[in-house]
Design a protein around this ligand. Structure first.
Ligand code: ADP
Ligand code: ZN
Ligand code: ZN
Length: 823
């Protein structure tokens, strides 16, 4: 008995923007959205059926296996992915891949499970496969089986076995990974003061180093990491144990603290008048046909989270599900905890630390409707919610919503599109909305809802500006013997230093922001002026003191800290440009008794490091929390009564049209961490540019004034939101190739008729070397395309992406539509 053969079109997660025709045997063709395994060139790949195949092609290869009964991509998601593919000029397959857990796209995850004796003759090859399957313990991956048999493909055999009912095919690891146990070193005593350290470690510098490494890692580390490659011997660790500052224990590896941690139900609070008004507007739109998106503009601490939660209740009451996007889960544990406190098991938290298997589990529970709300970062916008009622995008202005690789989508914009395609409600929330969203609200494309004051009744904290031009050098750094520090300039101006002191005295907490990590962000020779630059990137290397190394913050290249200039050999090196590591040191020396926690990329490499640090702050075990932009997002600690910005100007000079916007957002957001309870609070901002409107607007908590000014700054030359922009980056390991290819691409665009004319014309600016001319060893040129017509711009982007798709050469062309960063 033979089954009918169907032709289907399959999208593969590969760069070329096309789909491929395959044949499949069966009673009916698999429906669009179904995953299939297909032969492609010399390999096997997972792809998605996206429609009926072409009848014109003469010889077509056959699908190896239909991987699922129910399509993993439901129709609404398939439509959304088509939009992503079109809009961002990426292939449909790559868009589909970013919408699914990684595990579902990995051909190496295919397993065979032996079932029973074949019901009919299967041939010697197939019999051999079955024999191997039965001799081993449990199922085997198909890749491994093929390797054992020395064949490229064993699919004919598998099909024979399947037809005979002898094996089953699965696409995920069949077993839960076993619990892992590891040895963990934990700090049991925090030595906050330098004098304490000096006396305890007077004769054991290695122990001190080890202690400081552990401290920098957030107070806990796997033992194996500390002793790896002989970094520290076991006697050093034992020494620390004997001094009683650390403990070493065997612990089960906690997979998911969101799952393990006890959920403490929060006391229910009644929404205030402003919250109720916002809720009423949203609830009214819930059943509407094609509701417009809402922009929830609420100052820091205005209680946006409660509005989201009450809205979700209304969505669930209608029998629907929802998606909540947060910038970075690890940085917003409090927000996530509040959602869990209200909705408990009905929520799936899709955070970055989930293993592939756990992520898949969560995805499946959402797909089946077992869980109704997905909370996650960027990619959760694709969560498979069967009856989607609402999408909430918290901190919608946040840069992390933009994906930096193909497809370069912006999760906020995808969310708005998904809402439009499914007729669900979309809520964008922020205290500092992106200018795009603000502009959309101003033009009536979305509905503005405002929460004008803090929910607790506290005023926004007063902000004071400290003009660094007037400060005498000193502050904390006066008597500091940080060896290669050179002059650090002012770290803490006297008023800030005094303010910190008074908080310490009152047992209140302080947040200090400096958006630059490391100790010194460049090293310059005093003789010849040479600045140490990364060998792969055209950026200066940052000195990290704990590691005593120079690191590139773009490609992570590292080298030992230099003792002399590589160009002229001089020993007169100056280490300049303040980073968090140096601030930590100065603060520790200025306030010897204070308990300090530093939070930046260097101290949060462990999966749960953020959790650990923020937990300590919450329990009152930290007096001063110091860090980069990580500490500016959504934290709600009532005992924080002072926020200090060590240098507001970091980032203001970047050659990027969003530099002012980002600075204003960062300052407003971090200021919003102060004075959230009846204890009140103050904000102090140190700057060399006190007149700059980003800083002036932050001073008066004047988002609207900032937006007005910034919108007018972006009129000429025209930048978003007044026009649509695409940044095309042409790169190559070879400098001439990059420049030549950029010129060629520009020439091609100019000659084509794609620029159009009239009001929908696309304007081309460039080419020029990118602000960061070299990155990861590739030379980079770029040019802009801008237009008032999204349609025309999109057409050109797709044409460019197709014409300059990855080929055999070393040149890459990346089309970044609606870029958030131009570096
Ligand atoms: P936002 O996200 O807007 O910065 P949050 O949602 O974190 O603000 O709320 C700030 C604080 O106000 C939280 O501690 C929250 O519990 C509290 N809060 C929110 N709504 C109310 C309310 N209606 N009455 C009292 N307190 C509230
Ligand atoms: Zn030199
Ligand atoms: Zn580099």
């Amino acid at each position: 008995m033979t089954e009918p053969v169907h032709r289907v079109e399959v999208a593969l997660p590969l760069p070329p923007d096309r789909t491929f025709t395959y044949e499949v045997e069966g009673p009916r063709a698999p429906v669009p959205g179904t995953r299939v395994l297909v032969p492609f060139r010399r390999t096997e790949r997972v792809g998605w059926v996206v429609g009926p195949g072409s009848a014109e092609i003469r010889s077509v290869r056959r699908i190896l296996s239909v991987l699922e009964e129910e399509p993993s991509i439901p129709p609404d998601l398939l439509r959304l992915c088509r939009w992503v593919s079109d809009y961002y000029a990426a292939s449909l397959g790559l868009a589909l891949r970013s919408a699914q857990p990684a595990i579902l796209c990995d051909a190496a995850r295919d397993y065979l499970i032996p079932l029973r004796d074949p019901a009919r003759e299967v041939g010697p090859g197939a019999a051999r496969v079955l024999e191997i399957l039965r001799s081993g313990a449990g199922p085997k991956s198909i890749r491994a089986l093929a390797r054992l048999l020395g064949r490229r493909s064993i699919w004919p055999q598998i099909r024979a076995l399947q037809a005979a009912g002898a094996v089953r095919h699965r696409t995920v690891p069949p077993r839960e990974p076993r619990a892992r146990v590891r040895k963990v070193v934990r700090m049991t005593r925090w030595l906050s003061s330098l004098s304490e350290r000096e006396s305890l470690f007077a004769r054991s510098p290695r122990q001190r180093e080890c202690y400081e490494v552990l401290e920098a890692a957030g107070g806990a580390s796997e033992l194996a990491l500390l002793t790896r490659r002989g970094a520290f011997s076991s006697s050093v660790v034992r020494g620390l144990q004997e001094k009683g500052v650390i403990s070493v224990t065997a612990e089960e590896v906690v997979r998911d603290p969101f799952r393990e941690s006890a959920v403490t139900p929060e006391p229910r609070v009644t929404p205030n008048t402003a919250q109720q008004a916002a809720l009423a507007a949203m609830a009214g739109a819930l059943g509407a046909h094609q509701p417009r998106p809402f922009l929830l503009y609420g100052v820091t601490g205005s209680g946006k989270t409660l509005v989201y939660i009450e809205l979700l209740e209304a969505v669930l009451a209608r029998g629907q599900g929802a998606i909540v996007l947060v910038p970075e889960i690890s940085l917003t544990p409090q927000t996530v905890a509040r959602f869990r406190a209200r909705f408990g098991d009905r929520i799936a938290v899709l955070h970055s630390a989930l293993s592939d298997g756990e992520r898949y589990d969560a995805w499946r529970q959402l797909r089946s409707g077992e869980k109704l709300i997905a909370v996650g970062a960027r990619s959760a916008v694709f969560a498979p919610i069967p009856k989607l009622g609402a999408l909430v995008i918290d901190e919608e202005h946040d840069g992390s919503y933009k994906q930096s690789e193909t497809p370069r989508y912006h999760a906020r914009d995808v969310a708005v599109m998904r809402a439009a395609l499914t007729g669900s409600l979309c809520v964008l929330g922020s205290a500092t909305p992106s200018l795009e969203s603000w502009w959309n609200a101003a033009r009536g494309k979305s509905t503005l809802l405002t929460l004008p004051s803090r929910a607790t009744g506290q005023p926004l904290p007063p902000v004071q500006i400290l003009d660094l031009r007037k400060q005498r050098r000193g502050g904390g750094s006066a008597g500091v013997s940080t060896k290669p520090a050179g002059h650090a300039g002012t770290v803490l101006a006297p008023p800030l230093e005094d303010a910190i002191r008074s908080r310490l005295h009152r047992r209140e907490q302080v947040i200090l922001l400096l958006n630059r990590r490391g100790f010194s962000n460049f090293v310059q020779c005093q003789e010849c002026g040479d600045v140490r630059v990364c060998v792969h990137c055209s950026v200066s290397m940052t000195y990290h003191r704990v590691a005593n190394r120079l690191l590139c913050h773009h490609c992570r290249h590292g080298e030992p800290a230099p003792t002399r200039c590589l160009r002229c050999g001089s020993r007169d090196l100056s280490f300049r440009g303040l980073g968090t590591e140096q601030v930590e040191r100065v603060v520790a020396e200025t306030f010897p008794g204070a308990r300090i926690a530093r939070m930046d990329v260097d101290t949060t490499s462990g999966k749960w490091a953020h959790h650990e640090i923020l937990g300590r702050v919450g329990r009152g075990e930290v007096d001063i929390l110091l860090g980069t932009q990580m500490i500016a997002k959504g934290l709600d600690f009532p005992r924080v009564t002072l926020v200090g910005v060590v240098n507001a100007d970091v980032g203001l000079h970047l050659p990027d049209f969003r530099a002012s916007e980002r600075t204003f957002q960062l300052l407003s957001q971090v200021a919003g961490r102060a004075g959230r309870s009846e204890l009140g609070g103050d904000v102090m901002i140190q700057t060399f540019l006190p007149e700059h409107y980003s800083i002036q607007s932050a001073l008066s908590h004047d988002y609207e004034g900032f937006a007005r000014r910034e919108l007018s700054e972006r009129r000429s030359p025209a930048y978003p939101p007044h026009v649509r922009l695409a940044n095309v980056v042409v790169s190559s390991p070879n400098q001439e190739h990059a420049a030549g290819a950029a010129e060629m691409a520009v020439g091609w665009v100019r000659r084509s008729s794609l620029l159009g004319r009239g009001p929908t014309r696309v304007e081309l600016v460039g080419p020029a070397p990118s602000p960061i001319e070299r990155l990861h060893g590739r030379w980079r040129w770029h040019f802009f395309l801008r237009s008032s017509s999204p349609r025309e711009l999109g057409r050109l982007c797709r044409a460019l992406a197709f014409r300059f798709r990855p080929g055999s050469g070393d040149v890459r062309v990346a089309v970044d539509r609606d870029p958030t960063a131009l570096l």
